[in-house]
Write a protein that binds this ligand. Structure first.
Ligand SMILES: [Zn+2]
Ligand SMILES: [Zn+2]
Length: 265
């Protein structure tokens, strides 16, 4: 049954303040171990370059680990404005020694409600992310912050039927061509309390179209709290259900920064 690699390549820490104080690297790894995770990546936010130095602490924590789990050091990128850039470059990557980058869009960038525009902006940024050679994984496609919609008095994004099938196909094709993995995200998409069961089924159908187009997938919990790490199991389940072959489950290149030990050759 357990054919697919049990990985989690989307985990936040307390250091960037988005996750809470329970998200200490040492404790994260301990919990992941108990969940059966064999390989993980810490990927805290880098929204702006002034936050770059906070990532040193994460790296130091990883380097101090003594674990059988393979641990990689990654980063999550966000667009600096609509059609903006990521706060990332070859130099930034090298300076910190990030082993991989995941990235995506984290807002609608609109002041006025227009569902078609909302979807079009997401789609455009998804494709831009795939085409960025420094980004390995497109994070949580079509995740939205419920707070943004509520705050603007908009109807909630409660159906994936707003996304044309052609967009899903184009995303899958672009991801395949660029070698960018599409994320199956536990907390933001599959277990987000803002979405009902029907939405999640529609979301899985969207993922299955991307899978048909031959894309690779990355599995990530996007945990911001130690008790949310278990959401990775939902990502694993969806990957199993979509019958994604093991060689299309994304893994970072190179050796982990810590862990592996005997299990890693
Ligand atoms: Zn994110
Ligand atoms: Zn995240």
């Amino acid at each position: 049954m357990n054919k697919l690699p049990r990985c989690d390549f989307h985990i936040h820490t307390k250091y960037l303040k988005c996750a809470n104080a329970t998200m200490e690297v040492f404790d994260i790894v301990k919990v992941c171990e108990s969940l059966g995770v064999t390989t993980l990546g810490i990927t805290d936010h880098l929204n702006t370059l002034d936050k770059l130095d906070l990532h040193w602490k994460i790296k130091e924590d990883i380097e101090r680990l003594n674990t059988s789990v393979c641990v990689f050091f990654g980063v999550e990128l966000n667009f600096m404005g609509v059609d903006g850039k990521f706060a990332f470059s070859e130099e930034v990557k090298e300076k910190l020694g990030f082993q991989f980058a995941i990235g995506g869009i984290h807002g609608t960038y609109l002041d006025k409600y227009d569902l078609k525009k909302i979807v079009d902006i997401q789609h455009r940024h998804h494709l831009m992310t795939c085409r960025d050679p420094l980004v390995d994984v497109l994070v949580h496609p079509y995740w939205f912050g419920k707070g943004e919609f509520d705050g603007k008095g908009w109807p909630w994004f409660d159906s994936m039927r707003a996304v044309p099938e052609a967009y899903a196909r184009e995303l899958g094709q672009t991801a395949r061509e660029t070698g960018t993995a599409i994320e199956i995200n536990g907390c933001a998409n599959l277990e987000n309390p803002a979405y009902n069961e029907r939405f999640v089924e529609e979301y899985i159908a969207f993922m299955s179209i991307i899978a048909e187009e031959g894309a690779c997938f990355s599995l990530g919990s996007d945990a911001h709290d130690i008790n949310s790490l278990k959401a990775i199991k939902s990502s694993w389940k969806v990957a199993d259900r979509l019958k994604i072959p093991a060689d299309r489950i994304w893994m970072p290149k190179g050796s982990p920064m810590a862990g592996g030990g005997k299990q890693h050759s």
